[in-house]
Design a protein around this ligand. Structure first.
Ligand code: PRP
Length: 216
């Protein structure tokens, strides 16, 4: 039997996903060992391999077929814009992609004036400002702690993930606009979807069952 390889975005999402997989009888005890530096884990009996990758790289592994399946946030899927099928919403890690900044930035935003936008998601920010708001802006790519940018004067506003809203609140910032809702999704390589239709189809079906998403 050919292995089905699943790439997981490492961190909390990977743990929660393994929890769902366990409920449908797909476990990988090897993965629990915190001391281990192993990168890839196998369930010989069921023919699955799992590996943990940086979230941003998950769509790349799946597009190239190095993984048949990936579990990753919608934010990363949209930003990476890879050729793959999105087949399931896992309803985990729910949050929103937002434009945020100091409340005073609202006037500037609505004036359509040139603005600097700091973000970890340059593609999402550019698409939103150019194609939805029809506004020309300067995008500044950062790698984390995005909320710092408007505080220290690097940018007027940010495009970032808001979950509980506490990071914004504690830094005197507010949501100015919502761009899209986000959650974790399952993505599948386009060739794997055809070649392993039966096993992948069953996996999706079983996961839907656990998630309570089965059609009546
Ligand atoms: C994310 C995001 C926000 C924060 C939002 O950052 O970029 O900063 O979480 O969550 P909240 O609305 O519940 O406060 P993350 O912690 O992933 O780290 P980062 O700063 O490195 O992006």
């Amino acid at each position: 039997m050919r292995y089905i390889t699943i790439a997981l975005a490492k961190g909390r999402l990977a743990k929660q996903t393994m929890g769902i997989l366990e409920k449908i009888g797909i476990s990988c005890p090897e993965m629990e060992d915190k001391e281990s530096r192993k990168l890839i884990f196998t369930n010989e009996e069921l023919g699955y391999k799992f590996f943990l990758a940086k979230a941003n790289d998950v769509p790349t592994y799946v597009e190239y077929g190095a993984a048949d399946i990936g579990i990753v946030g919608k934010d990363t899927i949209v930003e990476e814009n890879r050729k793959l099928y999105e087949v399931l919403d896992l309803d985990l890690g729910k949050c929103r992609m937002c434009v945020a900044g100091p409340a005073s930035a609202r006037t500037l935003l609505d004036s359509g004036a040139m603005m600097r936008i700091a973000t970890k998601y340059p593609k999402i920010a550019k698409d939103y400002f150019n194609n939805i708001r029809h506004q020309t802006v300067e995008i500044i790519k950062l790698n984390g702690s995005i909320e710092l940018a408007p505080i220290v004067g690097l940018a007027e506003v940010i495009v970032d993930i808001v979950e509980t809203g506490s990071t914004l609140r504690e830094n005197g910032l507010v949501v100015l606009e919502e761009i899209m809702p986000l959650s974790a999704r399952m993505v599948v390589n386009r060739v794997s979807m055809k070649m392993e239709q039966e096993r992948i189809g069953k996996l999706i079906e079983d996961m839907r069952g656990v998630l309570g998403q089965n059609e009546a």
